[in-house]
Design a protein around this ligand. Structure first.
Ligand code: 2M8
Length: 456
């Protein structure tokens, strides 16, 4: 048990080998756990980032990471946010499969085991698959053939996943994905505070948290009040038998998540590239192009000129959530902005509210702006920096041809890793590593950054 990982400085030349060793240690066969003890199951978007890192070690193993995850895809196309490891005792992680009870309640859940959760996380998967394909181009012929087979095999699954998000999670056709729970990526971000505040917790069956047994400094994790609400929302989803139509009718937490939506746009562009490579039907390509355009229009409608950021929308209240968080950079992730929009977003990024904050130990983005009242530098998604999200912004800057900025961000991120190791998240001012040590996606993005330099 730790209060936070001990900083383990790594010589820059050893980062690639150390990162590979982390991924090897967390490898459970065909998939990788996000962290040695805190997260013992397969998580959806962790696996996508992990596959990006694994691609630089072994493209076949990287492909396997996504194959394993998509084997638990629901009949609706949803990719569950957790696929539970059947080999570990109940209680090792909570809420566990017995609490979700998806196989029993949800008509669309796949046969269990493995059991799954009933939520989903941002669709980074097609982006990862395309990265695997790109890396395989530098390999031998059999590796390239296998990568093409993988793209052909997974393409219909990616399409079903994106279709699910474009329909059941966007019945309004707004281009924006509706999330049903804070466990959709950025768990206790202040982005969800006003929505959660309006929710009264009912008769909640008792539960025991496992996270605070691994991270004993509880200030680094969500509070009890937050956990009560998370678990209460799960109870409500169970009552709706995880049916999106029922959820949409009566459920209190419906948020148009701009970061999730921006990632979907980028993932749809990756899917278009995959569709072209495998010569998918023209109708598919037209549909995916429509999703890309609709997504960008949706994000455009969430722009807040005063904050210079894009804002999530509380569907029930019909209001934007006016918080400055990393989620506000969604249009950069989605790509292709009008020049004035792009300039405004980059200005916000460079401003003291984000990378230009004078107290930052490294100029990497905090999850919440230090200027926000909800900012907490040690609390999970309320302020710390998350290296995999630094990677997402870096990747988006590269795509946007912001070469200089991207290079600066990458240098700062690698310096952070060399100083504190592969921490789950990092206190933005002091540089203290927080959460779990040896977090897989931190190691994975380090490998991708190094490959961008030809170092690994
Ligand atoms: C965190 O989420 C889980 C719940 O899904 C947790 O707090 O127990 C988040 O950081 C999430 O984005 C991440 O995928 C997961 C595993 O790393 O941990």
């Amino acid at each position: 048990m730790t209060g936070g990982p001990t900083p383990t400085p790594i010589a820059p030349a050893d980062i690639a080998a150390s990162a590979a060793a982390v991924l090897r240690r967390n490898d459970l066969g065909g998939w990788t756990k996000p962290a040695p003890r805190l997260y013992p199951h397969q998580w959806s978007w962790d696996s996508a980032f992990i596959a990006i890192g694994l691609a630089h070690l072994d493209t076949r193993r990287a492909a396997m990471e996504l194959r394993t995850l998509f084997a638990s895809q629901w009949a609706t196309g949803m990719v569950p946010h957790i696929v539970f490891n059947p080999d570990i005792p109940l209680g090792s992680y909570s809420p566990g499969p017995e609490r979700w009870d998806c196989a029993n309640l949800a008509a669309a859940a796949p046969p269990a085991p493995p059991h799954t959760s009933g939520l989903c996380q941002p669709p980074v998967h097609a982006i990862a698959a395309w990265r695997i394909w790109e890396v395989a181009q530098h390999g031998d012929d059999p590796a390239r053939d296998d990568a093409l087979t993988f793209l052909r095999e997974l393409y219909p699954r990616f399409l079903a996943w994106h279709r699910y998000l474009a329909t059941r999670r966007d019945p309004e056709g707004s281009g924006l994905v509706t999330i049903f729970h804070p466990w959709s990526g950025l768990d206790n971000s202040p982005r969800w505070d006003p929505v959660l505040a309006a929710i009264a917790v009912g008769d909640l069956p008792s539960y025991t948290r496992s996270d605070t047994q691994h991270v004993v400094d509880t200030s680094q994790r969500p509070t009890t009040e937050e956990y009560d609400r998370y678990l209460w929302l799960v109870e409500l989803l169970k009552r709706a038998r995880y049916d999106e139509t029922v959820v949409y009718r009566s459920y209190p937490f419906l948020v148009k998540d701009v970061l999730f939506s921006g990632i979907l746009v980028a993932a749809n562009e990756a899917l278009l590239a995959i569709a072209a490579e495998i010569k998918a039907p023209a109708d598919d390509r037209r549909l995916i192009t429509e999703w890309v355009e609709r997504g960008r229009r949706g994000l455009e409608g969430c722009w807040d000129p005063e904050l210079g950021l894009c804002l999530d929308q509380d569907v029930r209240a019909g209001t934007p959530v006016r918080d400055r968080t990393i989620g506000g950079f969604a249009p950069l992730v989605a790509g292709e902005m009008a020049p004035d929009r792009r300039a405004a977003l980059l200005e916000t990024m460079d401003s003291p509210a984000f990378l230009g904050h004078p107290q930052l130990r490294w100029p990497v983005p905090p999850s919440t702006s230090p200027d926000e009242s909800g900012f907490r530098p040690r609390s999970y998604w309320r302020g710390p920096t998350w290296p995999f999200l630094t990677w997402l912004l870096w990747w988006s800057l590269v795509r946007a041809d912001e070469t200089e900025r991207a290079a600066r961000l990458r240098r700062a991120a690698l310096d952070q890793i060399a100083t504190v190791g592969f921490a789950e998240y990092v206190e933005p001012f002091t540089g203290e590593p927080l959460g779990s040590a040896d977090q897989s996606w931190t190691a994975a993005v380090a490998l991708d950054w190094l490959a961008a330099d030809g170092v690994s």
